[in-house]
Design a binder for this molecule. Structure first.
Ligand SMILES: [Zn+2]
Length: 447
C-alpha cells in the first residue's frame, strides 16, 4: 500500500497584463544580450509516437521525411524520455516541467493546481500570443492559453491534424507579436485508419484475419488471446501505425510550408515531441501504453530547430521531456520559473552537461531510473540497455552491487523531492511504496 506524502506547492508569479507584453519582450531581448526579436515557438506533440519509428532516428522505413528534414536543420535528441507512459501525466509534465509525483495529474479532467506555473503562462506573461490546438480534454491543458481550439477528428476515421487549416489561419492572424503555439493530435494513436494510398505504401496486399483498419476492440482481442495471429498479421499492425505516421508527417510538412510562406521560418523555434510511445508486443501487449515503464513507451522523439539551435546535430546523452520547457524559455531569452524541474538543454548540446545525466519516469508508485547504460525498476529489476535494449533479461541477481547503487540513486531522487517540499506550503501527495517509506523513515526524512 502506498502512503501519502506532502506535495510540492509552487507559487505562481503575479499575472502581467498583455498590454505590457511588447515592453517585456523588448526588455527580455535586451536581457539575453540579443537585438533580435524573441522567436515564435511551435510545440507539436504527436501523441503515441515511438522514437524508434522516426526515420532520422534510424528507423529502416521512410516514415517521416518532413520531420527528418527538420532534424537536419536542427538538433535531434536520440535518447529522450517521457516522464510517464500515458497521456495526462506526461503532457502535464511537459507543460509544467514537473514530475508526475509533483503535479499529481494522472487522468484527463484532473485539475493541475492553478498556482503551478506552466510553460504557456510564462510566454503569456512575457507578452506572447498563446494558443493550443489539441485533442486533449481537460482544463489543465488550457491553462495559460489565450486561445483554445479542440481539433475534432473528421468523420470516416480521419485524424486531428486534418484540421491543420485552422492552425495555419491562426498563425497568419497572429504575426503582430511573437506567439507560442501548442499543437497536439492523436494521429498515430489507435484506431489505425489511414487512407488506402498510405496502406498501399506500408502494408500492401494484406489478406490475413485482421480488418483493413484496426480499432481498439481488435487490439483488446489480441491482448486477450482471442485472435490467432501469425507474424505477418502482427507486422500489419506496425504497417498501419507507420502509414498513420507517414500521413501525419505529410500534413506537418504542409504546416511547415505555411510557416515558411508567412516569412517567419527563420524566427520560429519548432519542437516536435511525444508524450509516450506504443507497444507492439515487446512485453506481451499491443496498443495499451499505460501499464509499464519499458522503453517502447518511454523513449520519445525530440527534435528542436530554430534560432539558437545548432543544425545537423545529434545528441546521445539522455534528455527528458521536462527539459523542453526550460530550454524553449532560455532560447526565447526568458527565465524559467523556479518551480521547473527540467534542465536547459543548451549545455548538453554544447557538451557542457553534468555527467552522468539521469532519467526518472513514473507510473504512480512504480519508478525507473536510467543512469549510464543501466535501467533500474523500483521493483528491483535491473537491465543493461547497452546489451539488452529491449529489456528482456533482468540482471539484478547477477549484479547486486549495481542494483543497490541504482536503488540508492532512486531513493536519493525521492529525498531531493522531500527536501524541496519542506520549503513550501503543501496540500497534495506523493505516492511511495511501503519499502520506500521504510527506507526514508530510517533515514529520518519522514516523521
Ligand atoms: Zn498519449
Amino acid at each position: 500500500m502506498p502512503i501519502l506524502f506532502r506535495h510540492l506547492r509552487i507559487r505562481k508569479a503575479g499575472a502581467v497584463f498583455a498590454v505590457l507584453g511588447s515592453l517585456l519582450l523588448a526588455l527580455s531581448a535586451v536581457g539575453c544580450g540579443t537585438d533580435s526579436t524573441p522567436p515564435n515557438v511551435i510545440m507539436i506533440s504527436l501523441d503515441t509516437l515511438r522514437a524508434d519509428h522516426v526515420g532520422a532516428a534510424g528507423y529502416y522505413r521512410d516514415t517521416t521525411p518532413n520531420l527528418d528534414r527538420l532534424a537536419t536543420e536542427g538538433t535531434l535528441f536520440l535518447n529522450n524520455y517521457s516522464q510517464a507512459p500515458n497521456t495526462a501525466p506526461s503532457h502535464t509534465s511537459i507543460l509544467a516541467s514537473l514530475y508526475p509525483s509533483i503535479h499529481g495529474v494522472y487522468k484527463h479532467g484532473q485539475l493541475l493546481d492553478p498556482k503551478v506555473q506552466t510553460l504557456p503562462e510564462v510566454f503569456q506573461e512575457a507578452g506572447y500570443h498563446t494558443a493550443a490546438f489539441t485533442q486533449l480534454n481537460g482544463e489543465t491543458y488550457k491553462q495559460g492559453f489565450d486561445h483554445n481550439h479542440f481539433l475534432e477528428s473528421p468523420p470516416n476515421a480521419g485524424k486531428g491534424l486534418e484540421s491543420t487549416e485552422v492552425i495555419q489561419e491562426w498563425i497568419s492572424k497572429s504575426l503582430d507579436r511573437p506567439f507560442f503555439l501548442f499543437v497536439h493530435s492523436y494521429d498515430v494513436h489507435l484506431p489505425y485508419s489511414p487512407p488506402k494510398r498510405f496502406i498501399d505504401r506500408f502494408g500492401p496486399g494484406y489478406d490475413g484475419p485482421l480488418p483493413v483498419w484496426i480499432q481498439r476492440q481488435d487490439i483488446n482481442r489480441i491482448n486477450h488471446g482471442q485472435l490467432e495471429l501469425a507474424a505477418r498479421d502482427y507486422q500489419y499492425i506496425v504497417d498501419l501505425y507507420d502509414a498513420e505516421l507517414f500521413r501525419a508527417d505529410e500534413i506537418l510538412g504542409t504546416l511547415f510550408d505555411h510557416v515558411r510562406q508567412t516569412g517567419i521560418w527563420d524566427d520560429t523555434l519548432i519542437v516536435v515531441l511525444s508524450d509516450h510511445g506504443e507497444e507492439f508486443g515487446e512485453h506481451g501487449l499491443y496498443g495499451r501504453h499505460t501499464y509499464s515503464l519499458y522503453n517502447e513507451l518511454l523513449r520519445t522523439p525530440l527534435i528542436l530547430r530554430g534560432p539558437g539551435v545548432p543544425g545537423g546535430k545529434q545528441v546521445t546523452q539522455p534528455t527528458r521531456n521536462i527539459d523542453i520547457g526550460p530550454t524553449l524559455l532560455r532560447l526565447a531569452g526568458l527565465k524559467p520559473p523556479e518551480s521547473f524541474m527540467g534542465d536547459d538543454l543548451r549545455p548538453v548540446w554544447k557538451g557542457r552537461e553534468r555527467v552522468p545525466r539521469e532519467v526518472v519516469a513514473e507510473r504512480r508508485v512504480d519508478r525507473i531510473l536510467i543512469r549510464n547504460n543501466y535501467k533500474y525498476f523500483s521493483d528491483g529489476r535491473l537491465f543493461d540497455l547497452s546489451l539488452d535494449p529491449t529489456e528482456q533479461t533482468d540482471i539484478a541477481a547477477n549484479h547486486p552491487e549495481i542494483a543497490l547503487d541504482m536503488q540508492e540513486g532512486l531513493d536519493g531522487w525521492i529525498r531531493r523531492f522531500v527536501e524541496r517540499q519542506k520549503d513550501v506550503a503543501s496540500s497534495d501527495d506523493i505516492l511511495l511504496t511501503r519499502e520506500e517509506e521504510q527506507r526514508l523513515r530510517a533515514l529520518g526524512y519522514l516523521d
